[in-house]
Unconditional design. Structure first.
Length: 210
């Protein structure tokens, strides 16, 4: 994107992921939180609109029950400036919310995604945004995952975060670091994503060289 008109979308930075039932493990949650704060501060300074997204579940839900401590936004996030707060009940921040209309009204063409979880709400929102024609930026050190084990197998938080990041960059989003994003914003530049063909060719070249 040569002329990015950005919005920063801060997804589900809620206590459930810090002191609740779903602790983020990778990257370390305090690292990602500090980077989220850095992006919010830069967005405010650069007049980039900030959207806070808050996941809500029924009051009897074991996680994210509306009104519970786990449902609340992290205190450090509550202290930051934002332009829109949306409440969602599905992983996709667009589903059942005013987000699409709000972005189009402001002629936003690029979404920067930070927050949690990489493989769930971040992924759902990234896919929707990409399909809707937005350029998307995913800050891999301002997001995070937790481990899973079920009938399909198991994966560490690092494996989930890394694999989703690789997939995002192959088609759906430009994956970058907070430091590189801050530099791009300062210089009013876009960030390039990869593509499926180049990503696959590079992987096959590496495998052949072993």
């Amino acid at each position: 994107m040569n002329n990015p008109v950005r919005a920063l979308v801060v997804i589900d930075v809620q206590n459930e992921y810090f002191t609740g039932e779903l602790p983020i493990e990778y990257p370390p949650v305090e690292t990602s939180l500090n980077n989220i704060i850095r992006t919010m501060e830069m967005a405010k300074k650069s007049e980039i609109p900030i959207v806070l997204v808050q996941n809500s579940a029924a009051e009897n839900s074991p996680v994210f029950a509306k009104g519970s401590k786990g449902w609340e936004l992290h205190p450090k996030i509550q202290r930051q400036h934002y332009d829109l707060l949306i409440e969602k009940r599905l992983p996709d921040a667009f589903a059942g919310t005013e987000l699409m209309t709000w972005l189009k009204d402001r002629q936003i063409n690029t979404l920067t995604i930070v927050g949690y979880m990489t493989h769930n709400c971040d992924a759902s929102t990234i896919y929707h945004a990409s399909h809707a024609g937005f350029s998307v930026e995913f800050l891999s050190d301002a997001t995070g995952s937790l481990p899973y084990e079920n009938q399909a197998g198991k994966a560490t938080a690092e494996e989930i975060h890394r694999v989703f990041s690789v997939v995002f960059h192959s088609r759906f989003a430009a994956v970058t670091s907070t430091a590189e994003w801050l530099k791009a914003v300062k210089n009013k530049q876009g960030i390039a994503s990869g593509n499926i063909l180049a990503s696959n060719r590079k992987a096959r070249e590496i495998n052949r060289s072993r």
